[in-house]
Design a protein. Sequence first.
Length: 514
Amino acid sequence: MKPDPLTFVLFGASGDLTSRKILPALARLADLGALPEPFVLVGVARTKWSDDEFRQQCREAAAAAVPEQQQETSLDDSEAPREAAGTSGSSGSWEALVPRFRYVTGDYDSDDTFGELESVLRDLDDESGTSGNRVFYLATIPSLFGEVAAGLGRHSLNKPGTGGSFARLVVEKPFGTDLDSSKALDASLHEVFDERSIYRIDHYMGKETVQNVLALRFANAIFEPIWNRRYVDQVQVTVAESIGVEHRGSFYEGAGALRDIVQNHVMQVLALTLMEPPSTVDPIAIRDEKVKLLRSIVAPDRSAVERDVVRAQYDRGTIDGVAVPAYREEEGVAPRSTTETFVAMRLSVENWRWAGVPVYVRTGKRLAKRTTEVAMLFQRAPHLPFQGQLTSELRPDALILRIQPDEGISLCFGAKVPGQSFRVRTVRMDFSYQEEFGGRPAEAYERLLLDAMLGDPTLFIRTDEVEQAWAILHPVQQAFSDDSLALAHYAAGTWGPASATVLLESSGHHWNNP
Ligand code: BG6
């Protein structure tokens, strides 16, 4: 299905997110023939560019996207991979679209900027047949979201143009920096756009493997009966990165791992993994179930933070044989910074399904390996009829949802080691996306941008989800900001500080390190 004709307006068009993610994703969609016809892109930013300079950026970003001849998993429902059309040649390709793109230079607090945008949009509707439909994408720094929305409102751009049926606002995370600021941000967005027209992006929801959590749980009969406190001993969610803060030191200083990853990506993955089955896969049902689950999560209160939360920062270390600097030595980072680059937490979910099952989450930069996974660790067999020594290599049964890289699912269980004795050890059965379906999964942004254009909000984050996620973390945020929880340190290239290991060992558990 193709979206209706529209103009895509990109605020922050000269920024990093635009060139790294948005333009390549749009270019791929063009080459897959998935963009609406007609489709026009309008960039808005403070950088003084001409239309032609912006068009050149668009071409360059597309050239940096996935190689042309690579086959891929298509975004439609057919399994057959399509030939990538390349960045030139096909009439629907990006290259053919670029000459129509426009650029507006200006400050976001200036009515001149929005006045010019208004007139560009009107002209485009007349010349290109974009029919008054608009998708506004905010790829600016978050502190400008409210200002841009207000500017759109003052110029009635929050409503479709003549003949159009929609004007949507797509907002990038972070949605605020805590509960109060997220409420304030929402209030300012809601003054201009109604909730149904706001699409909040958490790019993890665009990942195939995150969506596959729903397929695994609700398209199969064998997992759901054991997906509860009677069989599951503990749940672990790991979002580990081997990269550091790269060139984003000054942004990260004000964010830290809790805001950057836990509040959004970790909470979304947890919600899909632990929620109740929705009656249908529609935007209301799915998001209702996610919110219900988030409401059942009990975060450590202030008195429990010390016991259940680990906050840490990386020191110098070695990753893949290369020496890397400490966080405090990164560009844009204060030499005595106490910003956390690692968080581990024990949470509990107070509902019938999960009561008593510890949920461990951890995320960190400069860890040993890039990996995002959910590990469902099952209870031990009630009785092992083998002599103790024979099962010394038997670990708890586990179902590992490998979200990235090496996307797939692993089932770990005990098997008899061939030989005279009845030795049993853990073995692993793997399902690999790559082997099964071939190609590469669509980039998260391709899926999400297309959904925003189609008007499908299922994978976007509703305001109540955002607020609930902030509410869960509120006491933890307080303990971080007043330094009442000590900051641990870990060497880059390891799995985090010793205290993260101790957090689980106190309950006889261990992290599932890939
Ligand atoms: C972003 C964070 O939301 O997610 C980054 O701001 C992080 O700090 C990134 O590196 C991780 O995304 P992915 O898709 O590489 O796991």
